[in-house]
Design a protein around this ligand. Sequence first.
Ligand code: SAM
Length: 282
Amino acid sequence: MDTPTRSPSQIPVGVDPTRPSIARVYGGFLGGKDVYDVDRQVMNKINAAVPEAVDIARGNRGFLNRACRFLAVQAGLDQYLDCGSGLPTAENTHEIVQRYNDEARVVYIDNDPVVLAHGRALLESNDNVHMVSADIFVPPEVLENETVLRGIDFSRPVVLLQVGTLHHLEGDSGPAVMRQYIDALAPGSYVVFSHFFDPEVPELTEIARRIENILVNGPMGAGRFRTRTEIVAMLEGLELIKPNALAEPGPAPCDEWWPDGPRLTPLSGAARCIVGAVGRKP
Ligand code: SAM
């Protein structure tokens, strides 16, 4: 059998200063300082193509924070497997959920050496939080990892986070990857998921394609904007919850997922090109 081709995002950037890193570029958009020249070049290209592109990163991170707060407070869940956790930023998953339950356990997974180094330094004194190096697109690497199995009890409900990750997987294996994770979860578990989105409306698809072109055809080599049908196919086996009081259950622009208050300004086109969803495993 042929070995399946790996996405560029599955090959860790290492410390090669000539390769931009997904984690550093995304962190840069969120205002982080770990940005090398090679990352800045990608950010400049994206900003030149879509000046409001920062709304994608901010919308995504806001969604992650609100979803974690919801699951810690309303659903009372106390174990979190955060896949593709990214560089530490202002509010990390463990900081949000441990505010409500200081016994909550969090395992972060990433394959970027800068993320792993920062994560381990940040977590040294927190016994309930661990940082693991693994390829999140090879689920057994995560699900059978010793540290993961020490931190997460899969016989009880878990929160699986795949936030801003699956769009970095090339090809059409996303549903199969997600299926392996969802199958491993106990009933009552939740999945928090976000993904670059092609709204299939000409002016918005144009924005999505401009960014995708820079990501996929540039040195990062990954970053697909997928349609609603493609995204929903990755969430099979879950009961998706309503994303706000007005919308039907399903994915919604991240900024419209139970926002903190009424919107006073319209969403930008870029903000409409990333969706978030939260689903419960029955
Ligand atoms: N989840 C965070 C959030 O939404 O704020 C960070 C999202 S960031 C866009 C994507 C993260 O996934 C990066 O930190 C990157 O290093 C990580 N990543 C991408 N491909 C990966 C892989 N194959 N295995 C492990 N981590 C990966």
